[in-house]
Design a protein around this ligand. Structure first.
Ligand SMILES: Nc1ncnc2c1ncn2[C@@H]1O[C@H](COP(=O)(O)OP(=O)(O)OP(=O)(O)O)[C@@H](O)[C@H]1O
Ligand SMILES: [Mg+2]
Length: 1109
């Protein structure tokens, strides 16, 4: 259970709830209000009703923090506040799904409008948030400045007096988020438009427009900023202290924009406001007619013209409407002229109608904007800010109507309050005791009864043909209502007022629930009729202005309605009836506003004024009704929570159900049983005394508890402080000891270090001295020893030197002696044979040296190496050459001995070739380096020549490709030349077919040239078989080898002669029968030319050979 810190009953100034007032009397009631007012407590409860006393100063009790404080708190939980009521209403709307209405009543200037705004702002602050919701909230809140500008005015009682009744339904969804709203307005005080009582002003908007609009706007509206130029604006209090009309105009324009007025709509509204001002300036003058009557004429047409321009009305039409009146009856039209008074009446009626219709249009336009969009079922909170009960010196039709409305509200208040009280008792199971109270239904009946009610009679009088005046109406009242106990009139049948001089003849008095009010009948009939001449409404309808056309639909000639429009009283009664029915379906919440003084000043509490209001608001009755049953009730939980400290068994915690706890508490406190009753969820306390007894006990107990808490707290604080001190002291001491020891230790340490350093220094110096002494001793010893050894050594050296000198001298003398002796002997010996011996020895030595030198410088073992060292002495010339030759032969022999048989044969062939060709044929030198390969065709291996090879028994010694020179033309054909030990064979190169085979014995000689060519002629034995075709002339690239091989075979064969080799540049060959001379001619070498052979004639075959380079 949450413990609440501040309650209604805490720090109470007076009593927060009048129900608890003890003793209950009017004086104590007002005293309680005054006391609270003096302490800035402007709100006081009567049960769930909030009394609000206007503080006339701004209070710091409407801050967002306050909103938070009251949010979701129970009604009696905190000190009285309008927020508590708003919160209660909002929560039961949201959580219990009950439609609510907040009825704000009180006289003019009591703070109703402010209270309604506070309620709205509280609800806006606590309900849901979100872009859409905020927009709705803003529109609902901003509707206030617009309505106040057009519907409020400065009066003597209130600088911002609402001159209309307002009821606003705010609609919420199931979550409690606002969806929109509907505003109903009641009876705007339109007479104010044309006339204001002394010290009062017209509606704010006129002053705001003239002060706040820009020059440009004013120009467009054909207005002047000067108030004094307009008849309808009273100059009295045109400027009101604390009201900034210019700023308010901007606020209103801004609010209109937020609410959703279009720019052209705002402009139209301002045009109409300007038109009303212009209308007031139209004046009339009488113009006599021939029939003797006066007819009105517009005096200065300038204002009329400007007004017509503003509204787009034809000037002549309006002008005529101010001079004539057309009455239509039974299809007949009768036109009558208007005199000046009637023209003024018509003008003012038009102004009043124009303005009041404009106001209704604005309300409807706002409703259009703030209309809830969602079609879902919604919950409604109605806020009623209606004019309060009015008792003036001169009370007219308006006051009658207003007071009628308040009478109805009082009735509903009584009904609903009692009903609620009753319902609560039933709900809680408490026995219901009947409560006596005044029921004002009888007064309501006096006014609204259909047959003989005052309003019905007024209507009857207005509709009655014949002369109807206010007096005839009063006569009627005097006749019909005379018996009524709440009706008083001097001329009524009720004779008891005949001598009542406070009751003038032209008046009647009604004893309202809030007091007696005297009404002057003058103007009742007129005001109830509320007539606007048809000519005027038709003139308005003809206007070329959408809004004004819309405001006067009855002016449409197509819809001429001869029926009279409903009277003002009838309309009001109907709308009040609707309002009452509406309110009855809702849960009511009351705010009763009280005005503390007439001066609109803070801190002044005029008791008589307050007393009057307390009386007519029926507040005392309210308290009595509330106290008739039980004065105070509280749910068990908060009750137990509040008083549990009064009983030991419930303090500090009660574990059981709250009701049992409360029962235990009451029993323990011995509260008499008749003083309270236990409901289902609440305890009901009959007498405030009991509550105060409980509160007093609680206060004492709280004091004791506070003392106990103080005691414990102080003890705890001292103990904690002591422990803290102790702990700190230990810490400080520890730290100090540590510090002192540290200091001491540092001192000892530094002293020790000093002593140590002195001792060590002393020891070190001592040691140093000893070491130095020792070193000096050692150095001295060493020096002495060195000197001693040096002396010894020098002495020894001197001795040795002496000895050596002596020895040397002996040996020198000895050697000198020996030498002399030897020389003497040698001289004798040399002179006999020393010359020859020396010569031999020298030659021997030279030869030895020569041979050893030659051995070292011998050339290489290559037989071709031509090097040989130079001879050292000329006399060795012959020996040297001989030795060279011997060496060459020896190395050749050595070289030869390394040869194999094959190589030997090759070299033999090479040798043979050399013998044959060296220096004889130019081709020879180039052949020396070429090895004799023999089988160039690899005939035994090549399968192509297998057959050719197999046709010989002997080994093929040479196989080569040669050119066989055609005997006839000298051209060459390639042939294979094979040489065996027995034959020379020529075969076809391609087929291997043997073309010619010449047995070697048939070969007589071979002829070759001396030149660098490969031509050779095989000359055959005459008469042999081979020689049939003649000798062969061939050309080979291996000429030297081929000829050498042929020659070698010949030289080794035993059966024949050696083959001749002719080397000549001209030789003869036998071609068949011809002897042809083959001639070799050397030509100068040219690019690309080679050996060519040409048969010149029968005798000559010429071979041209390019000269070798
Ligand atoms: N709660 C408040 N705190 C401060 N000032 C307040 C409060 N209530 C009212 N007033 C002051 O009192 C003045 C009149 O209040 P308000 O207009 O609400 O009276 P009213 O009851 O609506 O009167 P009327 O019936 O003439 O409209 C306000 O202009 C304001 O200066
Ligand atoms: Mg008001």
């Amino acid at each position: 259970m949450e413990v609440k810190t501040k309650s209604l009953l805490d720090n109470m100034i007076g009593v927060g709830d009048m129900v608890l007032l003890e003793p209950l009397s009017e004086e104590s009631f007002i005293e309680n209000l005054r006391k609270r007012f003096d302490h800035n407590e402007i709100y006081t409860y009567i049960g769930s009703v909030v009394i609000s006393v206007n503080p006339y100063k701004s209070m710091l009790i409407y801050t967002p923090e306050r909103v938070e404080e009251y949010r979701n708190r129970n009604f009696y939980e905190l000190s009285p506040h309008i927020y508590a009521l708003a919160d209660e209403a909002y929560r039961s709307l949201r959580d219990q799904d009950k439609d609510q209405c907040i009825l704000i009543t009180g006289e003019s200037g009591a703070g109703k409008t402010e209270a309604s705004k506070l309620v709205m702002s509280y609800v806006a602050a606590v309900c849901g948030k979100g872009q859409e919701v905020n927009k709705v909230k803003e529109q609902l809140l901003q509707s206030n400045p617009v309505l106040e500008a057009f519907g409020n005015a400065k009066t003597v009682r209130n600088d911002n007096s609402s001159r209309f009744g307002k009821y606003m339904d705010i609609e919420f969804d199931f979550k409690g988020d606002p969806l929109g709203g509907v505003i109903s307005n009641y009876l705007l005080e339109k007479s104010r438009v044309v006339k204001q009582p002394r010290g009062e002003r017209n509606f704010h908007i006129f002053y705001q427009l003239l002060s706040g609009a820009s020059d440009d706007t004013l120009k467009k509206l054909k207005l002047d900023r000067d108030f004094s130029k307009y008849n309808y604006l009273s100059l009295d209090s045109a400027v009101v202290n604390g009201l900034d009309d210019a700023t308010n105009f901007r606020t209103v324009r801004n609010a209109m924009q937020i609410v959703g007025f279009m720019e052209d709509e705002v402009q139209s509204v301002l045009e109409l406001v300007a038109a009303v001002l212009k209308l007031g300036n139209i004046e009339f003058k009488p113009e006599s007619r021939c029939n003797g009557t006066d007819e009105s004429r517009v005096k200065d047409k300038n204002d009329l013209k400007e007004m017509c321009e503003l509204l787009g009305i034809e000037q002549s039409v309006l002008e005529r409407a101010f001079s004539y009146r057309t009455v239509e009856a039974k299809m007949e039209k009768v036109s009558t002229t208007l005199n000046v008074a009637q023209a003024y009446y018509a003008r003012d009626a038009l102004a009043k109608n124009l303005y009041s219709r404009l106001f209704s249009w604005i309300v409807n336009r706002i409703n259009e904007s703030i209309k809830a969009q969602a079609k879902t079922r919604h919950k409604v909170m109605g806020v009623l800010d209606i004019y309060g009960f009015e008792i003036f010196e001169d009370n007219s039709f308006e006051q009658f109507i207003i007071n009628y409305c308040n009478e109805k509200l009082q009735q509903i208040f009584i009904e609903l309050t009692l009903r609620e009280e009753q319902e609560e008792y039933v709900r809680e199971g408490i026995e219901w005791t009947n409560i006596e109270y005044f029921n004002n239904a009888i007064i309501c009946d006096l006014i609204e009864n259909h047959q003989n009610g005052i309003l019905a009679m007024l209507d009857e009088e207005c509709l009655r043909p014949g002369t109807v005046t206010d007096e005839t109406f009063l006569d009627k009242l005097n006749m019909i209502c005379a018996e009524h106990q709440h009706f008083e009139s001097r001329l009524s049948k009720n004779s008891k007022f005949l001598n009542d001089h406070s009751l003038p003849h032209c008046c009647f008095r009604i004893q309202h629930y809030a007091g007696k009010v005297l009404y002057r009948v003058e103007g009742f009939v007129d005001k109830n009729n509320d007539l606007l001449y048809r000519d005027l409404s038709q003139a308005m309808y003809k206007a070329n202005h959408t809004l004004i056309k819309h405001l006067f639909p009855e002016g449409n000639p197509a819809k001429v309605n001869l029926k009279r429009p409903p009277t003002a009283g009838f309309q009001f009664k109907a709308s009040v009836g609707t309002l009452m029915r509406n309110l009855q379906t809702k849960n009511p919440n009351y705010i009763r506003c009280i005005k503390p003084n007439d001066k609109k000043a803070p801190h002044i509490f005029t008791e008589s004024l307050v007393c009057h209001q307390v009386r007519y608001l029926g507040l005392m009755e309210n308290v009595r009704v509330r106290r008739a049953g039980y004065a105070f009730r509280q749910a068990y939980e908060p009750c137990l929570e509040r008083y549990k400290m009064l009983c030991k068994r419930t303090w500090p915690h009660w574990r059981g159900p709250a009701r049992e706890g409360v029962e235990m508490l009451m029993a323990d406190l011995q509260v008499p049983a008749e003083e309270f009753s236990y409901g289902r969820s609440k305890i009901f306390i009959r007498n405030p005394r009991t509550l105060f007894f409980l509160e007093e006990r609680r206060r004492q107990c709280l004091q004791d508890l506070a003392t106990l808490i103080q005691k414990i707290y102080r003890g705890w604080k001292c103990r904690t402080h002591f422990l803290l001190l102790k702990k700190s002291q230990i810490v400080v001491a520890a730290w100090y000891r540590r510090y002192a020891q540290q200091k001491k230790y540092e001192k000892i340490k530094s002293a020790t270090t000093v002593v140590q350093s002195y001792t060590r220094g002393w020891q070190a110096r001592k040691l140093l001295r000893e070491l130095k002494h020792q070193k000096r001793c050692e150095e001295a010893v060493t020096t002495i020893a060195a000197y001693w050894h040096g002396t010894q050594a020098r002495r020894e050296l001197r001795q040795l030197k002496e000895e050596a000198r002596n020895k040397h001298a002996v040996s020198v003398i000895w050697a000198g002696w020996q030498g002399t002796k030897v020389r003497r002997e040698y001289r004798k010996f040399f002179r006999a044979n020393a010359g020859k011996k020396i010569y031999d020895f020298t030659i021997q030595r030279i030869m030895q040296k020569y041979f050893l030198g030659l051995k070292r410088t011998l050339p290489s073992m290559s037989p071709v190496d031509k090097n040989w060292p130079a001879r050292p002495y000329v006399f060795l010339d012959g020996v040297h050459t001989e030795l060279r030759r011997i060496f060459h032969l020896w190395r050749c022999k050595k070289y030869k001995s390394k040869f194999t048989e094959e190589k030997k044969a090759v070299y033999e062939e090479k040798l043979e070739a050399s013998e044959l060709f060296k220096d004889k044929k130019s081709l020879y030198p180039s052949s020396v380096s070429q090895p004799f390969k023999g089988d160039y065709l690899e005939i035994s291996k090549n399968p192509k020549y297998q057959k050719l090879n197999s046709s010989f028994d002997e080994k093929v010694l040479l196989a080569d490709v040669v050119n066989k020179i055609n005997r006839a033309n000298g051209k060459g054909t390639t042939r294979i030349l094979l040489l065996t030990k027995k034959n020379v064979v020529l075969a076809d190169q391609k087929t291997g077919q043997v073309k010619a085979s010449v047995p070697l014995p048939d070969l007589t000689s071979v002829s070759v040239s001396t030149q660098n060519d490969g031509f050779f002629a095989l000359r055959l034995k005459e008469g042999s078989a081979s020689a049939v075709k003649g000798d062969f002339l061939l050309s080979s690239e291996h000429l030297i080898e081929t000829i050498t091989k042929l020659h070698h075979i010949g030289s080794t064969a035993s059966d024949r002669e050696q083959l001749n080799v002719d080397i000549s540049d001209e030789f003869l060959v036998q071609f068949k029968q011809d002897k042809v001379c083959v001639k070799f001619i050397q030509v100068a070498p040219k690019n690309g030319n080679s050996v060519s052979c040409k048969r010149k004639n029968n005798r000559l075959l010429e071979v041209t050979v390019p000269a070798s380079a």
